[in-house]
Design a protein around this ligand. Structure first.
Ligand code: PLP
Length: 390
């Protein structure tokens, strides 16, 4: 055990130790943390659907009808009509021929990268891609080339310079989870055409949030779904449930059903999470006002923080990071926010590169203007106290 203790001590000294915080209420704009009610601005419940009455009711009805668990892997006894209906709904939402759900987004990325490409293939991966993409690349037998963040010249150069006997695959987050900027998808699909590469987009943070109907980055940019071979997403953020998915052609999905180990060797998602996701997708497609309100709140917070003098990363997503640099300093900032009634976690390496520790605010469509003002004032108090702003 000494080696673990030593490592934990090192992490503590560097400000990189993490601890679990316990929430005793829904992940709503106000959340009870360790007995205190705080304004929550660190959750991924972008559209506020986690505690929406209609979504809750769908989950409850599913439990009454199907019970609490699925009791088997998908290929044995775990496929219910809820799985089939949800997959059809995701395919329609993403404008693809088919879709397949996984136990979470992490597994969907692992499944895609470990089973769809292999020896002789090359994956070109943005340097700021999510850890589950990085882990999927590590798991894959394909070779991996990392290109500079959203840098199309670097991507082109690397495609040019890297011979591939097999398939090339460009993989990117749609919205980058820790920075909140969007991938330059129009340029990526053009580059991919030139080099006959497949494109894989992880729209975990864009689904429900971007696009006229909330379809994600392809919907936002007006890119035909066929130009993106593999669309990954999660049901756990704007969709307010749990699980992940891959959407694409019928043959791709059939291949995954047969060959993706995280799909084949794991128990199917449970009925309530499927029913909740299905109801949430209906709401997302019909209630554009939620998205509009979310984006208006995002602009307001971004403006308020910039006006106060904080270094805010540019972007349009409801992910608003202020860069503080040092991990201990960032932890102290987060602690002071909490003293002022705001819950926003300190994001530190290895989640972000060294020297870029940050407070990452995420908003929900159910936040109010007063919540935004409260967050700004709490930041000003913490920022002045720590000499981050004058
Ligand atoms: C970009 C991105 N991809 C994938 C995931 C994993 O999704 P899940 O939480 O459903 O495993 C996350 C976050 O958790 C993410 O931010």
């Amino acid at each position: 055990m000494k080696r673990f203790q030593d490592k934990l001590s090192q992490l503590k000294e560097a400000g990189l130790h993490r601890r679990l915080r316990t929430m005793s209420s829904a992940s709503a704009p106000r959340v009870q943390v360790d007995g205190r009610w705080l304004v929550m601005c660190a959750a991924n419940n972008y559209l506020g659907l986690v505690d929406d009455e209609r979504v809750r009711a769908a989950a409850v009805d599913a439990i009454v009808r199907y019970g609490t668990g699925s009791s088997g892997s998908r290929l044995i006894t775990g496929t219910t009509d809820l799985h089939v209906r949800l997959e059809a709904a995701i395919a329609a939402f993403k404008q693809t021929e088919a879709a397949l759900v996984f136990n979470n987004g992490y597994m969907a990325n692992m499944a895609a990268l470990s089973s769809l490409v292999g020896t002789g293939d090359v994956i070109f991966s943005d340097e700021l891609n999510h850890a589950s993409i990085i882990d999927g690349c590590r798991q894959s037998k394909a070779s991996v080339v990392v290109y500079r963040h959203n840098d199309m010249n670097d991507l082109r150069r690397k495609l040019e310079d890297t011979p591939a006997s097999g398939q090339r695959l460009i993989v990117t987050d749609g919205v980058f989870s820790m920075d909140g900027d969007l991938a330059n998808l129009p340029a990526i699909v053009d580059v991919a055409d030139t080099y006959e590469a497949w494109v894989m987009v992880d729209d975990a943070h864009a689904t429900g949030v971007f696009g006229q109907h909330g379809g994600g980055t392809a919907d936002y940019y007006g890119i035909q779904a066929e130009r993106i071979a593999i669309q990954v997403g999660t049901l756990s953020k704007a969709i307010g449930s749990e699980g992940g998915f891959i959407a694409g052609s019928r043959v791709l999905i059939d291949y995954l059903v047969n060959c993706a180990r995280p799909f084949v060797f794991s128990t199917a998602l449970s009925p309530p999470v499927l029913a909740a996701a299905m109801r949430a997708i209906e709401i997302i497609q019909t209630e554009g006002a939620r998205r509009d309100h979310l984006h208006a709140l995002t602009k307001r917070l971004r403006r308020g923080l910039l006006d106060a003098g904080f270094e805010v990363l540019p972007g349009t997503a409801p992910i608003i990071p202020i860069i503080l640099g040092d991990p201990l300093h960032t932890l102290e900032f987060s602690r002071r926010l909490e003293e002022n009634g705001v819950f926003a976690t300190a994001i530190r390496p290895p989640t972000v590169p060294p020297g870029t520790s940050r407070i990452r605010f995420t908003l929900m469509a159910t936040h109010t203007d007063d919540d935004i003002e409260h967050i700004i004032q709490a930041c000003i108090a913490a920022g002045r106290g720590l000499g981050v702003i004058s």
